[in-house]
Design a protein around this ligand. Structure first.
Ligand SMILES: [Zn+2]
Length: 111
């Protein structure tokens, strides 16, 4: 069991940033590809379809990576919109197991 989850959280941040960039880059990329192929190279619209499909595939792969990202401690799917692991209770961005234990203790007091 690792003492710190910093490496895993860093990997999660990279996946999250990549998903954001892929999402925000969709319109500019498709406009650039469309303008290049249709206006500059005078291709038909059918020639652009593979790029649209490739980008859609890139978006799907990136978002599935983000959605299916595993909890650093137990390995179960963490979930995109969760702040703690449904399986083991590891809080998002928790540094180590001591921090988790303290957080878990404070939760039990609140409840
Ligand atoms: Zn977990």
């Amino acid at each position: 069991m690792p003492d710190s989850y910093e490496t895993e959280w860093r990997a999660y941040r990279k996946i999250r940033l990549r998903a954001l960039l892929v999402f925000l880059g969709y319109i500019p990329c498709m406009l650039a590809v469309g303008a290049t192929f249709l206006l500059l190279l005078h291709f038909t619209a059918v020639a652009v379809i593979p790029f649209f499909l490739a980008y859609a595939l890139l978006m799907c792969v990136t978002f599935f990576q983000l959605m299916l990202w595993g909890c650093p401690r137990c390995g179960h799917i963490y979930g995109r919109f969760r702040y703690d692991c449904k399986q083991c209770g590891l809080r998002k961005w928790a540094g180590d197991d001591e921090e988790v234990a303290e957080a878990g203790a404070s939760d039990s007091v609140i409840q």
